[in-house]
Design a protein around this ligand. Sequence first.
Ligand code: BDP
Length: 326
Amino acid sequence: MQNRRHLIQATLSAAFACAVWPAAAQTLTLKASDVHPPGYPNVVAVENLGKKLEAATKGRIKLQMFPGGVLGSEKEVVEQTQVGAIQIARISLGVLGPVVPDVNVFNMPFVFRDEAHMRKVIDGPIGAEILDKITNSPARLVALGYMDSGSRSLYTKKPVRTPADLKGQKIRMMGNPLFVDTMNAMGGNGISMGHTEVFGALQTGVIDGAENNPPTLFTSNQYTTVKYYTQTNHLIIPEIFVMSKVTWDKLSKDEQALVRKFSREAQMEQRGLWDKSVAEYTAKLKAAGIEFITTDTKPFYDATEPVRAKYGAQFTDLMKRIADVK
Ligand code: BDP
């Protein structure tokens, strides 16, 4: 029985390996994952990276995009990428925190003054250091580049203007204890779940609200379940795209250089698409009747000071360097 199970496992692994690298044709198909739907800036930029790779390698390397979270939640996708079952994962740095704790420096509430500050940091030496930390960690992931995700703000069924308004409200956060602590500090009750579950949870009233950027709020349809978008901008988290180390090690040096070059271009392409999509989806949300609330963010900043103190203790120097980026 034990032997038979081993045989089945060996056969399955061989079949899997062949599916990815058919020996005869010597082609490599990179399975790429994103929770966002087709047409979303991140999805488009990774697809274009694939087209460039295919052209430059004369078809040896192809990329197949699996959008809409069909390969699983971001947590599951990270695990699958670590073992080489998925080759490229585009995820939020938020969910990478539990796997590579060094990235949590970017996951802290209000660590960046604004989006321009965040871009300057990720484009400079600190951004490069964090990418290296991911690649050099035991996580078996090669960090290819960042993407933009704008600012995350609160959306709810009842209006929120101050931390006191969040009392008793269950607010969905991404899967990282840091975010649950952040929401609890902001006055609500943080609940973590995967992105694709949020729409249903809002519909059924399992949660009272969530937080994200305008393009995600619209394209996930979550906006149909809420009324208010309070611009707290409490998290400005870059996205990341990573390659499985298992796959990376099978590429030639030249192919790795191509992946690096096209990844850099994908990062820049996404940024242009991103700015357009924020404007487009903000207008769509307003047209759909979502009320945008601008409020004083200082009380939210002050309320989250204990979170920065707790999680930032190990990053004191780095946080100072981030603050010094002008
Ligand atoms: C979006 C990110 C996506 C996350 C999602 C979430 O682009 O990677 O999965 O938020 O809240 O903004 O889970």
